[in-house]
Design a protein around this ligand. Structure first.
Ligand SMILES: [Zn+2]
Length: 594
């Protein structure tokens, strides 16, 4: 049942006063132990999450530690072979701007499924024409269609062919916390004659089981590309002995660098995200065994629908079935996140819009999140879908309400989805065809009608007063759209329509103020990844908890831009599918850090 009260349940969103960074940057430096010392002391773990059986204090020689790290990394390469996560890479070219420093100047987007069992193989989910042609100046051999996505995927591995002491010099630096995970830090250099393409940089190794959890550097040695292509690769803990490659920030060249320009290269910054490790057979088996265990007696779950359906009800339930089929299919593919706290936050805003507009929509309107970074939204019947990327860049709850009001407009106006998807054979198809198979874009007429309806809904809602920020957001998006064409290109729905004026109090009171001017320190839009983090194992989404950053210089406001990842690493217990999102959230809350 819908709540008939207006709830501020999305405070998480509105409570963020400024820009949030990707994750809380809390690299705490511990006093360094003597780098040349013969032993590395392993102290008792700082948290209760230490697995039983680890002795409190072990003395290990540097040589023993290195052996453990090397064998653990080799095990990691083997372990990863069984997975086929989704991989998304978003590349933003940057140019120099006299006032604002680096500015976006074109972009590229790739999404595909990795087949790690076959090395760094990738099956694209969407064909993006730009990738096939000259992408980055003269550097086509590296950035060819095949090589671009694989080049980024490769950065999940430090060195697939011989990370060992025959090929590398590994020097201990110090201890450091990454989030709540205490790490040993080492500098890694290839030995002379180790060959080309070896890793040069720094590694962070968690000090309980000696997994490399972060490595930052480049594949060095020979070509221009390798010595020039820097990356910072992070792994996320998703259970005992399970550290999964999840986020990679990479950069090529610099707008300040003369060499970049001399070579005719375009500097870029890129984010690669991996998720959906626990998809397919694994999840299916768990679910089936749960059903068998928990329900030994047949349960009649039809009890509530004991009455026969009238033709109207049948029509509605047919439509709902189409929604459910598509949602389920996309969730199984890792493209829609499982139900969780973010959906609930969106539901609350929708509920607030419904209540203040006296709407009683049946079946209940619900929200889901598309996992991608692209900015898009759409409705499938009474299901509203917003992309993670879109939610990430919205500056506040009111702007979220504006987007949702528009989609709710489609619902109220009865804009339908193709109910052929209520036939189960219609949701069986090759994964590669997904984005061609489903298309939830609207006609221009439907769009126009939804804009008007959206305005109407907003005008009756509590978001009316704050919708100025939403107008600023739409303006910012419009003015950036030429530089980020691929980010705003939808896979399944409609791009965010920037060409509408929100007829709300703020602007209707001052009709002359057509181009809204931002307040002194207003944030029109957040950088990419500004709000939501996800578990790469089970795709659960959670709101980031980061502190306010204080006053931002104009050049620090980086709307729609790629920023580095700084993760707040945590340890999970043994992986459990019954773990509730709130339990996870509590564990990762920086405030609960001991
Ligand atoms: Zn629309």
């Amino acid at each position: 049942m819908r709540s008939r009260k207006i709830l501020p349940a999305i405070l998480v969103l509105s409570a963020i006063p400024g820009v949030t960074t990707a994750q809380e940057p809390t690299i705490q430096q511990l006093p360094a132990t003597n780098a040349q010392g013969p032993t590395i002391q392993q102290l008792p773990a700082p948290t209760a999450q230490q697995p039983a059986g680890t002795t409190a204090q072990q003395q290990m020689t540097k040589s023993e530690v290195l052996d453990k790290i090397i064998s653990q990394e080799q095990a990691e390469v083997q372990l990863l072979r069984q997975y086929s996560p989704l991989v998304e890479t978003y590349i933003q070219n940057v140019r120099r701007d006299k006032q604002l420093g680096a500015q976006p100047d074109g972009d590229k987007y790739f999404i595909g499924r990795a087949a790690l069992g076959r090395g760094v193989e990738l099956e694209p989910l969407a064909h993006e024409s730009g990738m096939k042609h000259k992408v980055f100046g003269s550097w086509t051999s590296f950035f060819s269609t095949e090589f671009v996505p694989r080049g980024f995927l490769q950065m999940i591995y430090l060195d697939m062919n011989g990370f060992d002491r025959q090929h590398y010099k590994i020097e201990y630096v110090r201890r450091e916390f990454l989030g709540e995970v205490r790490c040993l830090v080492f500098d890694v250099d290839p030995l002379p004659k180790a060959g080309k393409g070896r890793f040069v940089g720094r590694i962070w190794v968690e000090d309980q089981d000696f997994h490399i959890v972060r490595f930052n550097g480049a594949y060095g040695g020979s070509s221009l590309t390798s010595s020039y292509f820097n990356f910072d690769s992070w792994r996320t803990n998703s259970g005992k002995n399970l550290w999964l490659p999840s986020f990679i920030y990479s950069e090529q060249g610099s707008v300040r660098d003369a060499k970049t320009r001399r070579l005719g290269l375009k500097a870029f910054r890129a984010q690669t995200r991996l998720w959906g490790y626990d998809l397919g057979n694994v999840r299916e088996e768990q679910e089936l065994s749960k059903v068998l265990v928990e329900a030994p007696n047949p349960v009649n779950d039809q009890s509530e629908a004991a009455n026969d359906y009238s033709p109207f009800q049948a029509e509605r339930s047919w439509g709902r079935q189409a929604e459910d089929n598509v949602t389920e299919r996309l969730e199984r593919q890792g493209l829609i996140a499982p139900r969780g706290e973010v959906d609930k936050a969106l539901d609350t805003v929708v509920n607030n819009l419904e209540v203040t507009n006296n709407l009683d929509l049946q079946p209940e309107v619900r929200c889901r999140v598309l996992m991608t970074s692209t900015l898009e939204s759409f409705t499938m019947g009474h299901t509203i879908v917003l992309s993670r990327g879109l939610i990430d860049v919205l500056p506040d709850e009111a702007s979220l309400a504006v987007i949702l009001a528009h989609e709710l407009g489609h619902v109220v106006l009865g804009h339908r989805m193709d109910t052929q998807f209520a036939f189960f054979n219609r949701v069986r198809f090759d994964e590669k065809e997904t984005f061609r198979h489903f298309d939830f874009a609207r006609t221009p007429e439907e769009e126009e009608a939804a804009k008007q309806k959206g305005n109407e809904l907003l005008n009756n809602s509590p978001y009316k007063e704050q919708s100025g920020s939403a107008q600023l957001f739409l303006q910012a998006l419009k003015s950036r759209s030429k530089e980020i064409p691929n980010l705003i290109s939808p896979h399944l729905g409609d791009r965010v329509s920037t060409g509408w004026t929100i007829v709300a109090a703020v602007f209707s009171a001052q009709p002359s103020d057509a181009e809204a001017k931002p307040a002194a320190n207003a944030i029109a839009a957040l950088p990419l990844g500004g709000r939501i983090k996800f578990d790469p194992w089970n795709d659960q989404l959670r709101m980031l908890k980061s502190k306010a950053v204080g006053t931002l210089a104009e050049s620090e406001k980086v709307p729609f831009e790629v920023t580095p990842f700084v993760l707040y690493l945590t340890r999970q217990g043994d992986h459990s599918t019954t773990e509730t999102p709130s339990a996870v959230a509590a564990k990762t809350d920086p405030e609960t850090k001991p």
